[in-house]
Design a protein around this ligand. Structure first.
Ligand code: SAM
Length: 798
């Protein structure tokens, strides 16, 4: 792509830089002509769409599949189970569905090999699913019936095991084989201990998305500052579910391609399923595979005779297993990966948002039922866009990608797709809409589970184990939601977004009055960053100047978050550097008199210290408030910020070193004591509620956990939380995440106040995630279970 950019003449680049959404068609038409005249462009398209190249990234390849199968068999026999699994799964990814391997279907053989591996390693459900997959492809595969019977027997599912083994015996051609199965059947025929129960297949379990209560009705409102936005027609209590929605289009992010399902975006199980026509996507279940790639058509005719001359219940059993019950579920009418399939490279190579644009175009065309001459579907989608406000470099990229995508779609989807200035400009607009309207689908960072390891190590007496992770969310996908994109941003959001699979759910995090805007955070929040950093990010990523209450009204958090403390002893005032001071002055330049009432954010703060700090700004009711950098806002004492900033920089050196040592699992005592001294220095220079102090406290908590000094760890963790409470407010989800750490430390050190922390974090989580808190964050169940085991009396009192 860089090469193409370099081939665009400077004069055209200037035109692109100056272009607006109104004159795009003419510009795009010149670019199409330019690219068509360049051999390099034709080569690039050929590379992206040709599925028959030597170094094919995404196609099926029987030879490679057989190679991986052989390696898998080798690792299996030498006992290297994880390598064997990797090889079988890779072979499955590469094997064409109709490939033959010594008279057997290769894919069915691979599923069976993997099923044997799972059986051997105790992954019984995975094994059962792979047996069924092998049988759906080759219903008369006696070894697969046999393996299925054995796995069902291991699961205690004796009735199914009997049926499986009966079918296996009948289909087994060799006499020796038949005899062996007879023996197994004899053993099963003896009375079995325990009850025969159907095992629950978690792979097929999906969480139902609840309906929004009927009395909650949202409507779209328009304001001069923010355009369209959403509001409620009536008052809404805190923690109410106000909106759920399925995406219009979704794409997995590149870094999650090997770890998450390409359809539902959940973490992949061990028994991954590949796409049937290419080697790129991986799915967690056949349901997701079919939703993404379309229905699989297997020719059952050659297997029709397998039902003959068998009892009704055995016939029913064969039909049940080989027809694949999971396909019965309702299939979306537009399989979203289908047009990218067949081994072409472009879906793997182009950026995720360009692939997402391709999915939007195809879905829009499919829904219309005809390929449109001009894809004017954008109007019907109704997303806003900010093309004209984008920097020149982004505009050029969008213009190039739009033409490349059109060529890819014409090759892979429909030759009727027209490529001209009008269609290319429409794709440019679509890409710019995706930039500002798409949402990142997130998941809780899975190494939260490493906390679980850490925690269990404490209980088993391995005190040197470390608290390895904070609770974090990772982006796994990018999606467009038609209604979801109408919610505007606030750095002090009153609603919270989360995802179950690909479904969007929105909940209020505080009481919201009728008609009041419902606003979520696009990323930055008050308490996380100061105002200037938030404004910068929103400007750079979303191309707007934030007009939310957090950025336009004085709030205590923004004043103290990067503040220095006053040089005068016992003064709780704050000293601002010139960047923060200028930013706060901007807020006060709002036309009209400044009254205490207008600054609702400050009035809401109930903590007396922090209110005192902020109140200094509001005591003088005029626009010429003195927010000079370097002077205490409360007592006006002067503070030499230049020398203090240098001291702060130096104080961070030992703290960062300590952090690195924790990461490397190698903490020395001297490092720890240097870091404690640095924290003391930071506390003497920075304001008591400065974010940097909270981070230093958190670093130390982690390091003391590592060394097993849980009392110190608990103290630093609490100190960090106290600051976060001032910056975010006491019931913010960030406090919930920090309480997870604190309660883990408390539980580990036998401190019964863990119960209070767990109760508090449960309240916060249910406010943000409602009844889904445990699904989003399974570690909650673990904390509850452990605390009721160790402090049963206290838990009962709650
Ligand atoms: C996802 S859209 C939200 C819906 C949009 N207002 C509309 O009319 O379609 C994002 C766009 O809304 C506007 N917007 C959202 N939050 C804003 C805020 N806090 N301040 C100013 N503009 C905002 C910006 O133009 C931004 O690019």
């Amino acid at each position: 792509m860089e090469k193409l950019k370099g081939l665009v003449p400077e004069s055209v680049k200037r035109r692109v830089a100056e272009s607006s959404s109104d004159d795009l068609a003419c510009l795009a038409s010149s670019l199409v002509d330019l690219f068509l005249s360049l051999p390099e462009f034709h080569q690039l398209i050929a590379d992206l769409v040709d599925s028959n190249q030597n170094h094919n990234l995404c196609g099926k390849n029987k030879e490679s599949a057989l190679n991986f199968k052989q390696k898998g068999n080798h690792f299996y026999s030498t006992g290297d189970h994880s390598q064997a699994l990797r090889c079988y799964s890779q072979a499955l990814r590469l094997a064409p569905l109709d490939a033959d391997d010594n008279g057997k279907n290769l894919v069915a053989t691979l599923y069976l090999n993997r099923a044997s591996l799972f059986h051997k390693t105790g992954l019984l459900m995975e094994s059962l699913r792979d047996c069924s997959r092998a049988l759906q492809i080759s219903p008369s595969y006696s070894k697969a019936w046999y393996r299925r019977g054995k796995v069902n027997a291991s699961l205690g599912n004796y009735e199914d095991a009997l049926h499986d083994l009966t079918v296996a015996r009948d289909m087994e051609p060799s006499l020796g084989g038949k005899k062996q199965i007879e023996n197994e059947l004899d053993i099963l025929a003896q009375p079995q201990e325990g009850k025969s129960t159907k095992p629950v297949d978690n792979n097929q379990k999906s969480v139902g998305i609840p309906d929004v209560p009927e009395h909650i009705k949202l409507h779209c409102v328009t304001t001069p500052d923010k355009g369209r936005g959403m509001a409620s027609q009536s008052d809404i209590p805190q923690a109410s579910l106000i909106h759920t929605e399925e995406p219009y289009a979704v794409v997995i992010l590149k870094h999650c391609r090997e770890t998450h399902c390409h359809y539902c975006l959940n973490e992949l199980p061990a028994d991954t399923i590949p796409c049937i026509s290419c080697s790129m996507p991986l799915y967690c279940s056949q349901h997701c595979q079919v939703q993404a790639g379309g229905q699989i058509h297997i020719n059952y005719s050659s297997n029709m005779n397998i039902h003959e001359s068998r009892s009704d219940c055995i016939q029913e059993h064969i039909k049940d297993i080989t027809a694949g019950r999971s396909f019965d579920q309702k299939i979306e009418c537009v399989p979203e990966h289908k047009h990218e399939c067949g081994g072409v490279h472009w879906p793997a190579i182009l950026p995720s948002d360009v692939v997402l644009a391709g999915r939007v175009v195809v879905k829009a065309i499919e829904q219309k039922g005809q390929v449109m001459e001009v894809p004017n579907f954008l109007e019907t989608l109704g997303f806003c866009q900010s093309y004209s406000k984008m920097p020149p470099e982004s505009k050029l990229e969008l213009n190039i990608y739009s033409i490349v995508l059109l060529f890819c779609l014409r090759h892979s989807y429909s030759s009727e797709i027209s490529i001209n200035g009008v269609s290319a400009s429409q794709i440019v607009i679509l890409l710019s809409q995706i930039r500002v309207n798409s949402m990142a689908i997130v998941r809780m960072r899975s190494d939260v589970y490493s906390q679980l390891d850490w925690f269990q190590k404490f209980f088993s007496g391995e005190a040197e184990a470390a608290l390895t992770s904070s609770v974090e969310q990772v982006r796994v996908g990018q999606a467009l939601y038609k209604v979801g994109s109408l919610f505007n941003h606030s750095c002090k959001p009153n609603i919270h977004v989360y995802f179950i699979s690909r479904s969007l759910l929105i909940r209020t995090v505080e009481f919201v009055g009728a008609g009041y805007p419902l606003e979520l955070s696009y990323g930055p929040q008050v308490g996380q960053w100061d105002c200037k950093d938030r404004l910068k990010l929103l400007e750079e990523e979303y191309f707007f100047q934030c007009q939310c209450c957090g950025c336009s009204e004085v709030n205590a958090s923004d004043i103290v978050i990067n503040g220095f403390c006053c040089v005068k002893a016992n003064c709780s005032g704050v000293v601002l550097d010139h960047v923060v001071a200028n930013c706060e002055k901007q807020k006060l330049k709002i036309p009209g008199p400044i009254s205490v009432e207008s600054h609702s954010q400050v009035n809401k703060v109930d903590d007396i210290d922090i209110q005192e700090v902020a109140q200094v700004l509001l005591d003088k009711k005029c626009t010429s408030l003195c927010i000079d950098s370097g002077y205490c806002l409360k007592c006006r004492s002067y503070c030499n910020l230049a020398s203090l900033s240098e001291a702060v920089k130096n104080a961070w050196i030992p703290l960062r070193r300590l952090q690195d040592s924790v990461t490397l699992n190698d903490v020395h005592h001297t490092e720890l004591s240097d870091a404690v001294k640095s924290l003391g220095l930071l506390r003497s220079i920075l304001h008591a509620y400065n974010k940097g102090v909270a981070e230093a406290e958190d670093n130390l908590a982690q390091a003391f956990c590592f060394t097993g000094d849980l009392e110190s760890a608990r103290g630093h963790c609490k100190a960090s939380i106290e600051i976060s409470e001032k910056l975010y407010g006491p019931n913010h989800i960030v406090i919930g995440y920090e309480l997870v750490k604190l309660s883990s430390i408390q539980l580990s050190s036998g401190d019964s106040t863990a119960v209070d922390s767990i109760n508090r974090l449960n309240l916060i989580f249910s406010r943000y995630y409602g009844q889904h808190a445990g699904i989003i964050f399974p570690y909650l169940h673990f904390l509850e279970r452990e605390s009721s085991q160790y402090f049963p009396v206290k838990m009962r009192d709650v």
